[in-house]
Write a protein that binds this ligand. Structure first.
Ligand code: ADP
Ligand code: NI
Length: 203
């Protein structure tokens, strides 16, 4: 029911990202003994409050709150879900320390969807949509970007690996998330090695 309603949102936001994050969150929740209902609801709604899709973060959170009211979710659970949605976003990696296990699970799931084969695909699609280059040998990756710098979304696709994607493995909150991240991380490193060999004509 929720999927159908979300699909009809018409915001152009990618439902399949939501579905992948929800599946991963469930898998991690199971292994980490986190509350599956809170993880599922937060994963499903985690991008609905995004600033990119709403007038403001406030307006976005209000929208999520209305959803939860409509679904008659008890107050305590609503607060937990809203806390998770508010705190897990990447924003340059300088978010607050998470205090709930379920927030850690959903953040790991969201970050895992930015790495590995799916992450590579998303990165190039995103760069393409912004008109950014695949790669420019003279443009160095930026270190320690602020939230503002990150939200400009400029730079090359390849630099995005160094500015964000290769950092996500060590930012995992849970053991389960870390184990999944390790494999995806190695895959990206292999991809980059191959990319540079082809770029220079070595392969
Ligand atoms: P999230 O959904 O985790 O909050 P973002 O909104 O920051 O993530 O990014 C959405 C997707 O686009 C992610 O896969 C991310 O890696 C990718 N992305 C974000 N910024 C850039 C960029 N400047 N260049 C290439 N890909 C990007
Ligand atoms: Ni997301």
């Amino acid at each position: 029911m929720l999927k159908k309603e979300l699909e009809n949102e018409g915001t152009g936001h990618d439902w399949w990202h939501i579905e992948r994050v929800t599946n991963l969150a469930n898998r991690i929740a199971d292994e980490e003994n986190a509350d599956p209902f809170i993880c599922t609801m937060s994963a499903l709604l985690h991008d609905l409050a995004d600033e990119k899709l709403n007038e403001s973060e406030e307006a976005g959170l209000k929208r999520v709150k209305n959803w939860l009211d409509d679904l008659k979710i008890p107050q305590l659970q609503q607060e937990h879900i809203l806390y998770i949605i508010k705190t897990i976003s990447y924003k340059g990696g300088q978010g607050p320390k998470l205090t709930s296990l379920e927030a850690k699970v959903v953040q790991d799931a969201d970050r895992l969807d930015a790495i590995g084969a799916i992450g590579i695909a998303r990165c190039f699609t995103y760069a393409g949509s912004k008109g950014n280059l695949i790669h420019h040998p003279d443009v160095e990756p930026r270190e320690g970007m602020t939230k503002e710098e990150y939200s400009k979304r400029d730079g090359t696709a390849i630099n995005h690996f160094y500015e964000k994607l290769l950092k996500l493995k060590d930012l995992m909150n849970t053991r389960t998330g870390y184990n999944i991240a390790k494999e995806r991380h190695n895959m990206m490193k292999q991809f980059l090695a191959e990319f540079f060999d082809e770029w220079s004509g070595k392969k």
